[in-house]
Design a protein around this ligand. Structure first.
Ligand SMILES: [Zn+2]
Length: 284
């Protein structure tokens, strides 16, 4: 006996269906199925055409596409703004696109905040000690809007959530957790005295540097539990592959880093996370 659900499960492609379904691919393939079925209906007979249509739609339902290679084709040929119109914009989770691989590690090592031995980037013991002293000082665990203003170097900050703030009435920034926010406020206060030019950096550059520092932490800024970084390559049918970099506390589950960047700009983050491209799980 054939186990139908099992056979369907093996035939199905979960990476292209359910919440991963690509609307442009599905629309394109349903249109192709309709055109093929119409042609068969005219050339052979209407019932055979109708049968072909049903079979094609079942395939699209289970696999996400009918024509092999559609995901690659839509990724390559559909303009970015068409994909965005279908909700394929890359905005999920904090995005960082602007840091060049050389800069972040170079700046942190130049400031005596980190060392780079053959690509193994670590916090210097002196910086780690000062950072932790600031974290354990009074009030550090509950940063005020004023502390966030000084951390990011902006004129006006309004708190809109536990770890989210509106900057100058224009844009919102959200930290992964209050633990990440606390870590950044303490680290920024320490960076200011170690890094010439810190005050001239804009908010995004500061956030990049602070996110990099959080990746270099081995322990939770709140409870001291281990915070190993993990990296994962995210394949998607119709946009460029991305890389997710995360670090969470194994003891208290607080999220320290949750970053999604394009694969082509992931190198500096992978270096800070102690991972390389070859360690990433790839499904293609
Ligand atoms: Zn913790």
């Amino acid at each position: 006996m054939i186990d139908i659900p099992d056979a369907l499960a093996r035939f199905g492609r979960p990476e292209y269906t359910g919440e991963n379904r690509c609307i442009p691919c599905t629309v394109l393939n349903v249109a192709i199925a309709a055109a093929l079925a119409t042609a068969i209906g005219v050339v052979v007979s209407p019932p055979v055409g109708a049968l072909a249509l049903v079979a094609s739609l079942v395939i699209v339902l289970l696999r996400g596409y009918l024509i092999p290679g559609t995901p690659t084709l839509t990724r390559r040929y559909l303009p970015e703004r068409v994909l965005e119109a279908f909700g394929k914009s890359p905005a999920s989770g904090p995005m960082v696109e602007t840091v060049t691989p050389a800069e972040l590690t170079r700046v942190l090592t130049a400031a005596g905040v980190a060392t780079d031995r053959g690509g193994a980037v670590r916090l210097t013991p002196a910086f780690r000690t000062r950072w932790n002293e600031r974290l354990s000082s009074d009030g550090a665990a509950d940063p005020s809007a004023a502390a966030v203003r000084s951390t990011l170097g902006v004129d006006e900050v309004e708190r809109v959530g536990d770890a989210s703030f509106e900057l100058e009435g224009r844009r919102r920034v959200q930290w992964e957790s209050t633990a990440a926010l606390t870590a950044d406020v303490a680290a920024a206060a320490e960076l200011r005295s170690r890094l010439d030019g810190w005050d001239a950096l804009d908010a995004d550059e500061r956030r990049d540097a602070l996110t990099g520092l959080r990746l270099l932490r081995a322990d939770c800024p709140i409870c001291g539990g281990p915070t190993p970084a993990t990296t994962e390559r995210l394949e998607h049918c119709c946009r460029q592959p991305r890389v997710a970099v995360r670090a969470a506390c194994e003891a208290c589950d607080r999220l320290l880093v949750d970053l999604v960047v394009s694969a082509s700009s992931a190198a500096p983050w992978l270096e800070l996370a102690g991972a390389t491209e070859t360690h990433l799980e790839v499904d293609d």
